[in-house]
Design a protein around this ligand. Structure first.
Ligand code: NAD
Length: 564
């Protein structure tokens, strides 16, 4: 990717305040969000342009990063910039209501859609791994995923224990960009978390930001401390510097059966994401550079042991689920493992009922850089939805426990449900826009979302696993979603291949709307935050989910062929 850009060294994150260097706030928002993704406090390896999720990048090279900034500074209010796998490739006259930036990352034609071809093209500098929010400039640090992880574990608690995770031990792997949210999400649900992480620097980072409580010197120490905390019903989290496969095998040997076992190491990428057992991080990094084939083999061997240990713990009574990193798919495909899918993915188990109602992770960032602006939005969301207890509790917990990284931001799950014809998501966005117009919020706010959302993904090992009508791999839906986001006037629209589950395993999309207090922003917000969650309702209605059909009835969503 070349030597880090001088501009990046100067920015060190998003510019803030009310002076802008672009022609308008829509372009300025793109420039700030790109730099926010690469803020050293936000990104995992910003000097390599890596934001999170293995090698998820914000731009293809430092030269491309500089070129994107130049383009954004020149981009007119009636122009659209095209970004292909992290490189600006064209700029066209369009119109004011059109997106300012269109992004496509990591996409390959079906027959060639695999890691091997991707890595070849990547090595030649012709493509980039966009992950999900890395290449669409919507990553907001680990805070972005905390609520999703919190909601998933809350649902697990309700389903498995008719309550929360009090007195329960959750065992997992990974303390990276997204995975680092796990210990905090467990303790927010009052549970106990033991997490394996091979990289001591990642452990330190989560300790510093209070996502993690303690680091143990040995597995014994971690098991003792976790058991004591669970017995005392105290929320507690502890990390062990070890390979997760080794840790789980030791648990099996000692017959230590946790209540829950899951994992969020970057197993989706066996070469650049997951670490094989038997090597230190430095040794493994050297092996990757000197003998990538040997690395792949070692990595996949470890994943197979990892899956076997999860299955054994499940057999002995642990609740096991895969947390969206394609661990099962990797082992099934590369290790000829017949039972890798004998534990479920988290979406069918805990998330799909929310998707049926268009509910998904809505996130917003204050371009002023002023935390007070986010606190004002916190008040606004609880004022708008006072009857939503879990939302109110989430906002309180977030204020108490989640430290901002980069631009102050917040996440909450909102859905389609309409009041006077306006969806939940649109109502909230319109309220923020009013607060910007009134000057109660000091600069525009960008509203965006994860790619993991109700109607924006086709991913047979994750968001669309085990769909009722067998349409897990049908990828028309995210493409329609991106087209619809353009038609509705989102300010940035992106389409990615890969993401959390790896090349060839998913297509997904993202959008941004810049709320600058104008009537144009209100118009865009009303349209985008109706059509975008609406895709979740129609996608699941089409697959025959009753919750989605019910939402369509309740909120008057047209599902043309439902009664034929
Ligand atoms: P990341 O690459 O930033 O972090 C992964 C961490 O795992 C790193 O710190 C790495 O050192 C550690 N690790 C790798 N192999 C290990 C091993 N064998 N044992 C112990 N530690 C190991 O990635 P991330 O952003 O944290 O995402 C992790 C994975 O979870 C990805 O596959 C991502 O796609 C997936 N994910 C899923 C969801 C979801 O909603 N389900 C959300 C976020 C991430």
């Amino acid at each position: 990717v070349g030597e880090p850009s001088e501009q990046w060294r100067v920015y060190q994150g998003a510019p803030t305040g009310t002076d802008i260097e672009c022609e308008g706030w829509r372009q300025e928002a793109a420039l700030r969000m790109l730099n926010n993704n690469l803020d050293p406090d936000v990104a995992e390896k910003p000097e390599a342009l890596v934001v999170y999720g293995g090698t998820g990048r914000a731009a293809r090279s430092w030269e491309a990063y500089d070129a994107i900034l130049d383009e954004l500074r020149e981009l007119g209010d009636e122009e659209t910039l095209l970004v292909q796998s992290g490189k600006p490739v064209g700029r066209f006259p369009t119109h004011e209501r059109a997106p300012r930036v269109l992004i496509a990352n990591s996409n390959l034609v079906g027959k060639w859609d695999n890691w091997e071809r991707f890595h070849e093209l990547e090595a030649e500098g012709k493509i980039m791994y966009g992950q999900m929010t890395a290449g669409s400039w919507a990553y907001i640090g680990t805070q972005g995923i905390v609520q999703g992880t919190y909601e998933t574990l809350a649902e697990l608690g309700r389903q498995e224990y008719e309550g929360d995770l009090e007195g329960r031990i959750v065992v997992t792997g990974g303390l990276g960009g997204m995975s680092g949210a796990q210990p905090l999400a467990v303790t927010m649900n009052r549970g106990v978390c033991i997490v394996a992480e091979v990289d001591a620097r990642r452990i330190e980072r989560r300790l510093e930001t209070d996502y993690l409580m303690e680091r143990a010197e040995s597995l014994d120490e971690a098991l003792d401390a976790a058991t004591a905390a669970a017995e005392a019903a105290e929320p507690y989290s502890v990390a062990v510097e070890t390979n997760v496969a080794d840790m789980l095998e030791t648990m099996v040997e000692r017959d230590f059966v946790p209540d829950v076992v899951t994992d969020q190491t970057s197993a989706h990428d066996e070469l650049e994401g997951y670490y094989p057992s038997g090597y230190t991080v430095d040794e493994a990094d050297e092996l990757r550079a000197s003998d990538p084939e040997r690395y792949r083999e070692a990595s996949l061997e470890t994943m197979e042991r990892h899956v076997d240990a999860v299955l054994e713990l499940q057999e002995r009574g642990a609740v096991a689920f895969e947390y969206g990193n394609n661990l099962r798919g990797q082992v099934e495909e590369h290790c000829d493992h017949e039972n890798a899918f004998d534990f479920p993915g988290f979406v069918p188990a805990y998330i799909r009922p929310m998707f049926c109602r268009g509910r998904g992770p809505f996130r917003w960032a204050a371009l002023s850089g002023d935390p007070a602006d986010i606190h004002r939005t916190d008040e606004a969301v609880t004022e708008l939805f006072p009857e939503n207890d879990s939302l109110t509790r989430w906002i309180e917990l977030a204020q108490e426990h989640v430290s901002f990284q980069g631009l102050p931001s917040r996440v909450c799950w909102l859905g389609y449900e309409t009041e006077n014809g306006v969806t939940e998501r649109a109502r909230f966005a319109l309220r923020i826009n009013e607060l910007v117009a009134e000057g109660e919020i000091t600069a525009p706010v960008v509203v965006t979302r994860d790619h993991l959302d109700a109607g924006s993904v086709a991913s047979p090992h994750r968001e669309t696993e085990a769909m009722r009508d067998g349409t897990d791999a049908v990828a028309d839906w995210p493409i329609l979603n991106a087209l619809l986001n353009c038609a509705a006037g989102a300010d940035i629209v992106s389409v990615h291949d890969g993401g959390g589950v790896g090349i060839g395993n998913a297509l997904h999309t993202n959008n941004h709307v810049v709320l600058d207090g104008t009537e144009l922003a209100a118009e865009k917000a009303r349209r985008v935050f109706t059509t975008d969650p609406g895709m979740g309702v129609v996608r699941h209605a089409d697959a025959g989910y009753e919750d989605a059909l019910d939402e369509a009835d309740r909120s008057d969503v047209a599902v043309p062929m439902r009664d034929r």
